[in-house]
Design a protein around this ligand. Structure first.
Ligand code: HGY
Ligand code: MN
Ligand code: MN
Length: 399
């Protein structure tokens, strides 16, 4: 908990919460703090070309390859909580510290890592660092990603001193585990302490640019308008209706919306908006994407608005290793903690490891189901329970 508070003070917001956007000065400060803790634990630290940092505790023969890796992320959204991502990295440090204190040697190395730009809040896509690390995303393309101010990811890596020398792509863990807050209402509502996460739902992020005709708000007859703002409003209402119509796990969010010139007396020239669609079923997610694109095309045409789109992120649903999911459940049972299986509504670095090694996640409850919100909270008892389940599963994997 001490480390969680200390890290939570980095990028702290007035009134609570934290802002450590990827590769910002606050992110660098958080990275430096955690790397210092890795050094104190005597870990073998490597930093790769996209800024992922991994510290390895050698096995009993001094080996450091194919470790049991415990990971997550340190970057946050702009209005984040102190638990999202940080919990998993710091719990990994605790596990390694506990092994050291018990002078416990292991058959396999045990490692802890944090991955660049998991949130996708500054650069897209999300899970960028772990995606490059595990070969799902292209390094050069990701280094060229730009934020809203046009700053390039590769330059920002250099600026904060985390453009590492370790090549990306070939590194393999023997297994991957991530402790994370649920970020949803299920565990709390069902009074379950531990979530044995079965997988991660599919994610589709698209940026839509709607080009209308800028005109005078007072003189332009309604019949002569090409108002991209109206199309954007129709789209926002449509995706909400679509998610409710489709039901199941379908969710839809317009999180970012900007008008140009954004003035009271000017019919907007251009509107840029993001649409975040998710579903546990790939077929349903593709259906939601197609219906949204068709609706936008139809509305835009009727309004005389031109449309272009850019995919910001697209990941298919992922299933975690059933035997490892079961190991999480069994560890919770042995420790006397209630648990239930559930899919993850949020994306996580674990989904990038799942195709390459045994991977699974452990959830603990989020108060009020809140996350990506400065009120995000999990209790010390929940955190301890999650960390104890993590330690138990790691011991089983590391031998
Ligand atoms: O958007 C997500 O699911 C994650 O927080 N990157
Ligand atoms: Mn997270
Ligand atoms: Mn997050």
């Amino acid at each position: 908990m001490v480390r969680l508070e200390q890290l939570g003070a980095v990028g702290a917001l007035e009134g609570g919460g934290v802002c450590r956007l990827a590769l910002s000065d606050a992110d660098r400060e958080g990275r430096d703090l955690v790397r210092g803790w890795m050094e104190e634990l005597g870990l073998r630290i490597s930093i790769d070309a996209v800024g992922n940092v991994i510290g390895v505790r050698p096995d009993k023969r001094g080996g450091v390859t194919a470790p049991v890796l415990v990971g997550s992320h340190l970057d946050t959204v702009a209005t984040g909580g102190i638990y999202d991502g940080s919990l998993g990295v710091l719990a990994g440090l605790e596990v390694i510290e506990a092994l050291g204190e018990a002078a416990r040697e292991t058959e396999r190395p045990v490692a802890v890592g944090f991955f660049t730009n998991e949130e996708g809040a500054r650069f897209t896509p999300d899970m960028l660092g772990s995606g490059v690390h595990q070969g799902a995303l292209d390094l050069e393309t990701c280094l060229a990603a730009r934020d809203r101010d046009g700053l390039c990811l590769g330059d920002e890596l250099q600026r904060i001193g985390y453009a590492g020398d370790q090549p990306c792509g070939g590194w393999r863990a023997s297994s991957y585990l991530e402790l994370h807050i649920e970020q949803g209402p299920v565990l709390e509502r069902e009074k379950q302490l531990i979530g044995a996460v079965t997988g991660v739902q599919g994610i589709s992020w698209t940026e839509w640019t709607l080009e209308g005709t800028s005109n005078h708000a007072g003189t332009t007859p309604m019949s002569m308008r090409c108002d991209s703002g109206v199309v954007a409003a129709l789209v926002l209402a449509f995706v909400r209706r679509l998610a409710l119509d489709m039901g199941g796990s379908q969710v839809a969010t317009v999180g970012a919306l900007s008008f140009v010139p954004n003035l009271v007396n000017v019919i907007p020239k251009q509107v840029t908006m993001t649409v975040d669609l998710r579903n546990t079923s790939e077929a349903s997610l593709a259906e939601a994407e197609a219906r949204t694109a068709a609706f936008i095309a139809e509305c835009a045409q009727a309004e005389g608005v031109r449309v272009r789109s850019r995919s910001l992120a697209r990941f298919a649903p992922v299933e975690f290793d059933p035997s490892l999911v079961q190991a999480v459940e069994q560890a919770a049972g042995r420790l006397g903690f209630s648990s239930r299986r559930l899919p993850s509504g949020a994306g996580h670095d674990a989904q990038m490891f799942a195709p390459n090694c045994q991977s699974a996640m452990i959830f603990i409850p989020s108060a009020g189901g809140l996350s990506h919100n400065t009120e995000e909270f999990s209790s010390p008892a929940e955190i301890e329970a999650g960390a104890r389940v993590l330690l138990s599963v790691v011991l089983g994997l590391a031998g």
